[in-house]
Design a protein around this ligand. Sequence first.
Ligand code: AMP
Length: 307
Amino acid sequence: MSEVLVVGSLAYDSVKTPSGKAERSLGGSANYFSVSSSLFSKVRVVGVVGSDYSDADREILKQRGVDLDGMQVVAGKTFHWEGTYEHNLNEAVTLKTELNVFADFNPELPAQYKDTRFVFLANIDPVLQLKVLSQIQKPLFVGMDSMNFWIDSKQADLIEVMKKVDIVFVNEGEAKMLTQEDNAIVAIKKVAALGPEYVVVKRGEYGSTVYSKTHGFFQCPALPVEKVVDPTGAGDSFAGGFFGYLASLRPSGQEHKPTWTELKQATLAGTVMSSQTIQDFSLKALAKVDKSSYQSLSADLVKMITV
Ligand code: AMP
């Protein structure tokens, strides 16, 4: 089985949406990514949690075969994010970001992680993303995600990371904010001009747009969902499905980068996974997806986009 390494936040989130609220429930970019990606590939996690992180929450990843050797546990409190969604469910409003144990986190990769070929730098301080990437010996395909918090506070570091990756995942609003452009298509091209061959712009209920400097655009609709309970983690679940799927196509020994066709297929995998995350709070709905429900949702999506 191929491996995917992710560095990102392991968090407790307090989230309010028009459907209700969840206090200090399990979240964080690395958690959503790992649960999603582990349906397709073996996942290695790099991150830090505090002494308040529960065994039951660790078990959610363990049950999916996720390798936790790179998860540090230190005295202090786990990262906490508080956010709300109003009528526009595609955009989270951050009320509080408490870095806690992430403030002093110095990622040291376990020796056996350093040969990972598929690497995802999930939403986290870009300085930490760079520290992790510098420890990987020969990455084959590297992706990254970010959010407005880092675009505001560490834009120069973020742009440094963008120069070093193959693919950038970004929300439509964040792409516009980063590039100071109102048109999503111009924004996507400007992000690609910073370095990556590919840029994925996530547009919530309207799906996603993938751009390749070589091949142009690919648009994928979202699966129709009637009741969006909590959109938190949709982006990370999308990236998890996308990366897990791609890695599953390259057992070790096959060292060529993903093709454009494979990237389009991976977009479908990401779309399916994110459509489930949003149907409940925290990781509850995502953790229920198994191979068989995935196959059936994936067939629905293919039917939807085939003429
Ligand atoms: P998404 O909705 O996929 O963009 O990601 C949501 C997750 O990102 C939440 O579970 C949060 O815990 C996490 N998160 C929010 N703000 C930050 C931040 N500044 N750095 C890292 N992770 C964050």
